[in-house]
Structure formats: C-alpha cells, structure tokens
Ligand binder design. Structure first.
Ligand SMILES: NC(=O)C1=CN([C@@H]2O[C@H](COP(=O)(O)OP(=O)(O)OC[C@H]3O[C@@H](n4cnc5c(N)ncnc54)[C@H](OP(=O)(O)O)[C@@H]3O)[C@@H](O)[C@H]2O)[C@@H](O)CC1
Ligand SMILES: [K+]
Length: 509
C-alpha cells in the first residue's frame, strides 16, 4: 500500500522527529537524497556531473533550503550551479553552503533568469513545498512559466511549485516536472490529479519520518494488495459462493451499455450473472454472453424484478434510461438490503430523489465528475479541481461509498483514507469503459468484498486491463506495470477490449 498525507500531517510528524535530532539533520538528509537523485540525470545528459549546468529556483522557505544544499553537493562534484533567489529572503545556511562549494546566487531578474534556465542541463524547483498557500505569487509564477520552455530536465523539490500538496489543487502557474523528489512520505497532491499530472516520476527519499506518521489521508493499492483482497475460488466453490450478480442495465436506445457491464462482470469472475432488462438489451446480452441468465422485464409491472431469482449484489443504471420504468427498477433494487452499485442513469434517478439512498444495505455510487456535480449540486470544474474534498463530501452526505471516475479515480468512504487508483492509461477515456467498470465492481461485491475494497480493486483491475489491451498481447507480459503511465507504444482500445483483457490483468497481479 502506498500511503499519502496532508501538509499538516507531514509537518506534525517532522516536528516530532526533529525534536529528537540535531538541528539541520532532516534538511541534510533531504538534500543528500535530492542530490543523489540528480546526479544520474546529469550523468545521462553530460556523461558526468562535472561540467554540467544546474539552476536552482530558490524560494524563501525551507524548500529553497533543500535546493541550495543539494546544489552545494552538486557544485562540489564539479557542476556549475546558479541559484536564482526569488523570495524576499533565502535560507541563509543553505546559501552559505552553496557559495562555499563554488556555486553562485543572483536575485531574480526576468532576462538573466530566462537565460540561465535556457542553458541548464537541470533545473531544480525549490520555490515552494508544503508551506505553499494559494496560487503562486510573483515572481514565482513567472519562473514557473520559464520552466515550461527549459531544454534541460526539471526536477521538483518535494512538490512541484503550484501544486497544493494536501489536495492536488492547481490554481494558477505551476511547474511541470519530469520528476519529483519528495521527502519523508508521499503528499496527497503527488498522487491525485490535477497535481499528480505535473509530478513526473515520483521518488521518495526516506528521512526517518515513518514512525511519526499518523493514519494516512490517502492510500493507493498495489498489485499485491489487490491480489490479497480478490476473492479466490476454492475447490468447494459453487456459483453461489463465488457470487451471483444481478445487473439491470441497458434500454432499447442504449443497449450496448448492458453488454459492456455484463462483460465486465463475466470476465471479472462472477459465479453467475443474472441480467434483467428490456427486450433489446436482453437479446444482445444473450447473444454476446450466453453464460448470463436473462430476464425480460414486464413494462409497468408493480414489482418488475420479482422473476429474476436470487442475487447477492446488484448493479443498476448503465444505459437504463431516465424514464418511469427505469425509475421503478432503480427504486426496487435500492429497496433491497443487498449491496447495490448505482451507475450512470441510475445516478440521475438518485440525484432527482435522494431518498432512494435511505436504505439498510451498502451502496456504491460510481459517478464521473459531471454526475457528481449533479448529485452535490456544485459546478463540475470545482469537483475536477478538488477531487479528494468532493469525493469525501459525497460519501458523507449521501451515506454511500463513492467511486469518483477520472484520470485518477478515487474511492471515498467515511472514516477511511481516500483510495486513489494508480493504474490506467489515457486510452481508457473512451465510451463504455465505465459500464465495464461497473460490471467488475459488481462481480467483486457479489463475491463478498465490501464496497470500499470492491470499488478500489475494480478500478485497479480495470486500469491494468486497459493498459494490457492498449499495449497489445506481445508487450503485455513485460511492460505496463502499475505506476508507469502514458500512451507510449500503446494503441486505441474499445471498452469491450478492457473486459476481454481482465483475465490477463488478474494473472499479472
Ligand atoms: N520541516 C522539515 O523538517 C523539513 C522540511 N523540508 C522542506 O521544507 C519544505 C517546507 O518548508 P517551509 O515550511 O519553509 O515552506 P516552503 O514550502 O518552503 O514555503 C514557504 C514560504 O513560501 C512563501 N510562499 C508560500 N506560498 C506562496 C505562494 N503561493 N507564492 C509565493 N510564495 C509563497 C512564503 O514566504 P513569504 O511569501 O512569506 O516570503 C512561505 O513562508 C518542505 O516542502 C521540504 O522541501 C525538508 O528539508 C525536510 C525536512
Ligand atoms: K517545489
């Protein structure tokens, strides 16, 4: 499990640790780790550290101090190091160390700063770290802008300046780093978008904070965690022990969603899929997934699901429609005390009538930002900007587990760390993949996982399957490990490809 913390949590742990150590120890450890991470970057560009050019962007706080001390270490190895002092003050001991090692420091001025950055092999962003508040002020914002054109490598010290460490929020100018060297523990903003997308590869330097850290605020499952959590069939398993999932999805207009949701459930290992819907989706599901047991629902029936048979969890909503008949189905399913996953059109019914969520069984809601905007009645952009906060708020207000889809999918449940998903690929942003996700999570719910684990394991498998599908069969075995992202060498995928790659994803855990 990868764990992450707010700035306040990190600061409290640092204070507790610092009280037991001579002054300057932690910054010394941080700077040593930072310089050690920089040396290979310079060696790769120049063949060696000696003779390379390093520019430090130095703010007024300890983040700048880290950069100055790391710069001093690189200067001692023969790098030409120039510090641009952007704040009203700079870390004095750090500055003295840099100068003693032969490095130079200049006050910020736009022309010379641009020139130095333009000639650097490496730019270290030490403007602000966990002490940052609000959008970057001047001249920090201008310097952040200059880094966008830097020909050299940009490494962020602790956190890319402009990213709020606690939330991942980005409110203005921001440094886009190729790598971030962070100290003591991951900060939330390094794992959650939009901040995470500015970090590049994140390297964690251990400064001894571990024993002083509280319960994490955010956590990311690893492949091993998912492998441990997934229900496994035992020799005595039958379909009921493996889990029977009921899916109510699709309509005569949007029948495809049904095929995709059913596919997610079948390929994620449901013991049995019972599929209940209108005529056209039932016909399609029967044709594509003959293992599903299907029921055509009678329009206008008082209790439309009476003939479906026993299930252990429900998925309701993908493509179901927003009309009266769909509403009756959503209402009847939510009236059971079974675990229920509500997605897509199901969320529209719930947003219109929140009383549907007053129920005894566990509920998992799987909105994207637009759907959550309707559920919470706040603008979509605000949700995109503050994903952790809104996922948490939705879980508390709606009394449900909430999986917020997006480039970093989050799972929130009251009194638990928000889980952030680490798998996925930009190719996953295509129609129908959400329907597959609902089927996977539903199968895991029926298999006995609670909403929190089912949602986070489903997101992980879904993202991993997408990578495998996008990378193609030849590359899947070696590449595409969780944690690395990006479309390099990948090709477009369709939602059904994701479902079909699920067995491979489970094998790859
Ligand atoms: N504590 C430890 O043990 C260790 C800490 N470590 C390191 O210390 C870092 C935290 O250092 P920190 O607390 O000094 O805060 P930091 O992020 O440098 O900036 C604060 C100053 O920046 C300014 N400022 C704020 N917002 C701004 C904005 N939007 N735009 C512009 N300016 C802004 C504001 O200054 P002012 O404006 O008042 O001049 C404020 O005082 C941490 O990230 C890690 O790198 C490591 O060495 C490991 C051990
Ligand atoms: K920084």
């Amino acid at each position: 499990m990868r764990t992450a913390y707010t700035s306040d949590q990190i600061r409290a742990a640092e204070l507790a640790l610092m009280a037991r150590l001579p002054e300057g120890t932690l910054m010394g450890r941080a700077a040593a780790g930072l310089a050690a991470a920089c040396a290979p970057v310079l060696a790769e560009r120049r063949g060696r550290v000696y003779g390379s050019r390093v520019v430090l962007l130095v703010g007024s706080g300890d983040n700048g101090g880290d950069a100055l001390y790391a710069g001093a270490r690189l200067a001692r190895r023969g790098a030409r190091v120039d510090a641009i002092l952007a704040g009203s003050r700079a870390h004095q001991e750090g500055l003295a160390a840099l100068r003693a090692a032969g490095g130079r420091a200049v006050e910020f001025a736009p022309g010379p700063a641009r020139e130095l950055i333009g000639a650097a092999d490496l730019v270290l962003d030490g403007l602000v770290g966990i002490g940052s508040t609000g959008a970057l002020r001047e001249p920090y914002g201008t310097l952040a802008g200059f880094t966008a054109d830097a020909p050299g490598v940009v490494i962020a010290v602790d956190v890319p300046s402009g990213v709020d460490a606690s939330s991942g929020r980005v409110d203005g100018p921001v440094v886009r780093a190729q790598a971030t060297v962070t100290f003591g523990a991951y900060k939330n903003g390094l794992l959650v978008d939009p901040g995470a997308s500015f970090c590049g590869a994140v390297e964690l330097v251990d400064i001894g904070l571990g024993p002083y850290l509280p319960d994490p605020d955010v956590a990311a499952l690893t492949g091993d965690d998912v492998a441990d959590l997934l229900p496994k069939p035992a020799p005595e398993s039958d379909k009921y022990r493996r889990g029977v999932i009921g899916i109510a999805a699709g309509s005569d207009t949007f029948a495809g969603a049904a095929v995709l949701a059913a596919g997610g459930a079948v390929r994620a290992g449901a013991g049995m899929v019972r599929f209940a819907s209108f005529e056209e989706p039932v016909r399609l599901v029967r044709a594509r997934w003959p293992e599903a047991v299907t029921t055509v629902l009678t329009p206008g029936a008082e209790r439309p699901l009476d003939d479906v048979g026993r299930v252990q969890a429900w998925v309701v909503g993908p493509g179901l429609g927003t009309g009266r008949e769909a509403h009756a189905i959503v209402r009847e399913i939510l009236a059971t005390d079974l675990p229920v996953l509500v997605d897509a059109d199901g969320l529209t019914h719930v947003a219109a009538d929140r009383s549907l969520l007053r129920r005894s069984g566990p509920t998992l809601l799987t909105p994207h930002a637009g759907e959550l905007a309707r559920l919470l009645d706040v603008p979509r952009e605000r949700i995109e900007a503050r994903r952790i906060e809104h996922a948490r708020r939705a879980a508390a207000e709606l009394g449900a587990t909430v999986l917020l889809k997006g480039s970093t999918t989050l799972v929130a449940e009251e009194d638990r760390p928000v889980r952030v998903n680490s798998t996925g690929t930009p190719w996953l942003a295509t129609g129908g993949t959400g329907d597959v996700l609902s089927g996977i999570a539903g199968a895991l719910l029926a298999g006995g996982l609670n909403c929190y684990d089912a949602a986070s394991c489903a997101a992980y498998l879904h993202g991993l399957a997408a990578r495998i599908a996008a990378a193609g069969p030849d590359r899947a075995a070696g590449g595409s490990g969780p944690g690395d992202s990006g479309p390099g060498g990948e090709a477009p995928i369709a939602a059904l490809d994701v479902a079909e790659a699920l067995p491979e994803a489970v094998r790859a855990l």
